[in-house]
Structure formats: C-alpha cells, structure tokens
Design a protein around this ligand. Structure first.
Ligand code: PGA
Length: 251
C-alpha cells in the first residue's frame, strides 16, 4: 500500500509574524502545487492566521505545535482545538519531546489531546521517542511502545487511520546527530508492528511514520530510502526556505 511521503516543518518558538509570512511565501512559491508529496508547516500560534492567509489556494497544510484538550474555559495561556480549526489548521503536533520534557506532559495528557484533536477534525502528528540514557539502557523500544500504547489507547480503527506518527529520538533533536537510517528504520518497523497488534495489518500499512531529529538536505534521501520511513518532521532546517525546499524535493 502506498503512503504519500509527508515533510513537516516544526518552527518551534521562532519567527515574528512578518518573518513567518515571508518564509511561508517562499515555500508557497516553490512547493505550493507539488504532486506526490504532502507538506505541512507549523508556525508559532501568533503567526497562524497570517500564514494561513498566505497559504490560501496552495496545497501546503497548516499545523499547530500544541493545543489544550478542552473546548473552552479557564485555561489561561492555552489554545483550544476549535480555535486552531478556526484559523485554518488541519494538523496539530502533539507529544513533542520538548512538551514532554520541559512542560512535563504525561502520556495520559497526550492521549487526551490525541482524542480531542481527532474529535475536532484535526490530524494529530503524534511524536514519540526515547532519550539518550533510555537508548543506552536498551529501553528505547519499551519507552516508544509505552508512549504509543498510551496515546492510541481506545481509538477506533478509523481514528487510528487518521493519525500520523513521528519517531523522534530525543538525542537526535537539534543536536546535529541524526539517527542512522538503519537505527531509524528499525524503530519504524517496530512501531508498524505495534500498529498491527493494536489495530490491524491494513491500518499498520497505511499509517505514516515520519522520522525527526536533525533532518537536513544531506541526509533526507538516505532516510527516505528506508521501507518504513514515510517522511520527516523537520525543526532547525525548516526555518530556512532553501533548506526546507531541498528536503521536500529530495530524490
Ligand atoms: P531538529 O528538530 O530537526 O532541529 O532536530 C526536530 C523536531 O524537534 O521536530
């Protein structure tokens, strides 16, 4: 079953509105009508609405970097899923390791977010990944499986089909130290087997699993050559138009 490759840009806490619009305009010019590849960008929420305007009519999807799993209420500083829909987001990154580590987000909290995103018609890009000590202790598979089982618990098969998973080993994020294609492929295959166990073979065959962690124009092709790597979640290299464009246009 063919899975359309997806390249997603996580801009993290970078770019003013004007800078974000400039970057979006450059991406739109180069990638706005690309066939056979899906592109998603996740600017900071202050720039979402202007970037949405800039992307009007292009095939680039707009995503948020986080959300709160309630419809509305006294949650100072938080953003509801329907608000993200209302500015034009179709995707939301959930469970990023920076959210897990810096903001102490638990597996259960992330599971609530995944369910809420699906209920609001947002496509979750669910991030999982082990830290360096966990990899060194040979518990990477255990950690990633635990994160996934928790986040996917109780989902129906049709909900599972709508999820995108991003495997991001924490030791490779922003460090310049990419997982080798072999290491990444091994974990991606493990994740796909888990999806078979939890849901079914056809679902496991359809869900896209992106790799994230120091993806650059120089390493994207080797990563994408692996059977179970269906795209990339790109941080640092998504902040420069020419780098991101090269990654999307990998051959
Ligand atoms: P990086 O970040 O590409 O800068 O390593 C990836 C991510 O955190 O999604």
């Amino acid at each position: 079953m063919s899975r359309i490759p997806m390249i997603a840009g996580n801009w993290k806490m970078h770019k003013t509105v004007a800078e974000a619009v400039r970057l979006a305009a450059a991406l739109r010019g180069a990638l706005g009508n690309l066939a056979g590849r899906e592109v998603m960008i996740a600017p900071p929420c202050t720039a979402l609405s202007e970037v949405a305007r800039e992307l009007t009519g292009s095939s680039i999807h707009l995503g948020a970097q986080n959300m709160y799993p309630e419809d509305s209420g006294a949650f100072t500083g938080e953003i509801a899923p329907a608000m993200l829909r209302s500015v034009g987001c179709s995707h939301v990154i959930l469970g990023h390791s920076e959210r897990r580590q810096i903001f102490n987000e638990s597996d259960d909290f992330i599971a609530r977010k995944v369910a809420k995103a699906l209920a609001t018609d947002l496509t979750p890009v669910l991030c999982v990944g082990e830290t360096l000590p966990e990899r060194e202790a040979e518990t990477a598979v255990e950690v990633v499986s635990r994160q996934l089982r928790a986040a996917l618990k109780g989902l129906t098969k049709s909900e599972a089909l709508r999820i995108i998973i991003a495997y991001e080993p924490v030791w490779a994020i922003g460090t310049g130290r990419t997982a080798t294609p072999d290491i990444a492929q091994e974990m991606h295959a493990t994740i796909r087997r888990l999806l078979q166990d939890l849901f079914s073979d056809p679902i496991a065959a359809q869900v896209r699993i992106l790799y994230g962690g120091s993806v650059k124009p120089e390493n994207i092709s080797a990563l994408m050559a692996e059977t179970d790597i269906d795209g990339a979640l790109v941080g640092g290299a998504s902040l420069k138009a020419e780098d991101f464009i090269q990654i999307v246009e990998y051959t």
